[in-house]
Design a protein around this ligand. Structure first.
Ligand code: PMP
Length: 358
């Protein structure tokens, strides 16, 4: 089965097989990893291994902390104003789609003076702003943007220039899909459930000088500094997700790291876009330079065929292709764990469907 879900998403088969094999007896403990104390030496070592693997794979410099937190990406875009902006302080946002909008709304709820300095709603969120076309207020506490919009399938082809203002990025749907220049960012965060494991875990990479700016009344559980000092274990962390993250990071290393991952992901996306563009029957609405490598929405020329397309796809083992309700049509999410063969199978199915049904 090739699973094109936007998340929780397909995971690497070797990782699932390893997790299955050691589920009932983890490291000779006679127990599963689900049942051991997060404060026991075995799990502490497991979490430390995941952290150091993340640092190696993503090339995270030593002046950044890596936090493993519960509450997903939503927890984190909610935590950002509390951690970085006093009530009434200015915070800048780029609005490129549904996930940017949710982060913006949350900042507004927390009494931040939100400045949306670029807004792509006029294109129905099929574009990213031109580099240099927006100005970030110099007194902004941070600039927040979403490098990859999971629903619209829109991705920034560049890292925005925020000057001295800390750049904060929601990497949820593009996390570790290619090399990343961490030093350009103040904070990187994202949920694990697309490229990095099961739901429930958010991975936050935060520059050390940004710790300690939290509001006084922020609950300790949302305070990055408190969590950094507690090695992300102020309370019980999502242990199984952290364990699986470690396995996935080792899988990424064993398959050539992020350079090789980026090349594979780029090639997969290019093939699928080429197939869509070569056809008059399928259409992707996104501006060419802003097309996502990870989430590829497409429509059929006749929406009356959508249900048949989906049923036929399921029948040949291609599942979860239904588009988000706000966009319609189809969406193929092709994260790290989607093999090239899965994309080939999808293209073959699309070609055959067009030939016989269009
Ligand atoms: N940001 C982006 C870009 C996402 O794709 C998602 C989830 N689809 C979220 C945030 C929210 O993540 P979570 O469900 O982990 O809170």
């Amino acid at each position: 089965m090739y699973n094109f879900s936007a998340g929780p998403a397909q995971l690497p088969l070797p990782v699932l097989e390893q997790a299955a094999a050691e589920l009932t007896d983890w490291q000779g403990s006679g127990m599963s990893v689900l049942e051991v104390s997060h404060r026991g030496k075995d799990f502490v070592a497991c979490a430390a291994d995941a952290e150091s693997a993340f640092r190696r794979v993503a090339n995270v410099p030593s002046n950044y902390r890596i936090l493993f937190l519960a509450g997903g990406a939503t927890g984190q875009f909610s935590a950002i104003p509390m951690n970085l902006a006093a009530r009434g302080a200015t915070a800048a946002y780029l609005n490129t789609g549904q996930w940017s909008k949710k982060a913006i709304k949350e900042a507004g709820r927390q009494g931040v003076d939100v400045r949306v300095v670029a807004d792509e709603s006029a294109s129905a969120y099929t574009t990213t702003p031109e580099p240099g076309s927006f100005t970030v207020p110099v007194d902004a506490a941070y600039l927040h943007y979403t490098p990859n919009e999971t629903i619209g399938g829109v991705e920034f082809p560049y890292i925005p220039d925020a000057g001295d203002v800390p750049l904060v990025a929601d990497f949820s749907s593009t996390y570790l899909s290619r090399p990343i220049d961490v030093e350009r960012f103040g904070v990187i965060y994202g949920g694990a459930q697309k490229n990095l494991g099961p739901a429930g875990l958010a991975i936050v990479v935060v520059r050390e000088d940004l710790l300690g700016r939290a509001r006084e009344d922020v609950p300790a559980i949302w305070d990055w500094k408190v969590m950094a000092e507690a090695d992300s274990m102020l309370n019980t962390p999502p242990t199984f997700s952290i364990y699986l993250l470690g396995l996935i990071l080792h899988w990424i290393e064993s398959t050539g790291g992020l350079e090789a991952m980026g090349e594979r992901n780029c090639a997969k996306a290019e093939r699928l876009y080429a197939a869509i563009d070569a056809s008059d029957f399928y259409n992707n609405p996104v501006q060419a330079r802003s097309r996502s490598w990870m989430n590829i929405p497409f429509t059929l020329a006749d929406p009356a065929l959508d249900a048949d397309f989906l049923a036929g796809a399921d029948a040949v083992g291609l599942t979860n292709l239904k588009g988000h309700r706000s966009v319609g049509g189809m969406r193929a999410s092709i994260y790290n764990a989607m093999p090239a063969d899965g994309v080939t199978a999808l293209i073959d199915y699309m070609t055959e469907f067009e030939r016989t049904r269009a």
